[in-house]
Design a protein around this ligand. Sequence first.
Ligand SMILES: [Zn+2]
Ligand SMILES: [Zn+2]
Length: 293
Amino acid sequence: MRYESAIDFAAVEAIDMHVHYETDTCGHHSMPQEYIDASAAYFKGADRMPSADAIAELYRGLNMAAVMFTVDARTQLGHLPNSIDDLVAAAARNNDVLIPFGSVDPRTGGDAITEAVRQVEELGVWGMKFHPSLQGFDPSDEQYMPLWEKISELGVPALFHTGQNGIGAGMPGGGGIKLRYSNPLLLDDIAAELPELKIIMAHPSVPWQDEANSIAVHKPNVFIDLSGWRPKYFPESLVRFASNMLSEKLLFATDYPLLAPERWLADFAELPIKDEVRPKIFKGNALRVLGVN
Ligand SMILES: [Zn+2]
Ligand SMILES: [Zn+2]
């Protein structure tokens, strides 16, 4: 099953660049892991685990497209991700609204490169998602450069979780999770060496927002997705630069199902961001990142 988009990009009002098709691999949100586990059990089958068809229905109703992905952290977590092939098949049968991104575990070495090629060329994914803290790797480490080179060659964007995350919070040693791997400055090395590779820094990069702003201003190939935080809690510098230095760099994104688009939109409407910049954030910038003309 190969994904081919049937999205009418002229008609949709926005593209949500960050939606999870499963909820247990991106626990960077506020709750400690035991609470996430508890709530996952509690909400089983309900809102915390929407089906891909339910996700599609939500975005269809909002007249939006959505980028959907999981994270392959098999080395760090010791278990396989949910099937990327299934994820792509689900996006394919909802190809009027959904866009699949793939994911590979960089710590699997050459296999990661082979799998990235398969996901892009055979499955038709439009980008690749990474989570350095959850996957347990330093993106600036030279050993991963061949993977970034290959993704650049494949011509799809790479999206990286940045900033703090809730996984392991409160556990001894934070569950062994290293926060510094999600420092956006580690991505600046990749951006400098591979100017053709489009890099999306996911989330306001708390506590490194100034670093993220600097990179996005300095590197034409680096973007910021606005997911994971209610806009009312965005760092002040991010909001201040949104209307000027970062107007071409910010991407509407929610982190659904962990943050509902309706709530994000209501908050965002209250921010002091220029009206002429809003359409860029909602769609224009995403079209450039995704390579849609
Ligand atoms: Zn994340
Ligand atoms: Zn996320």
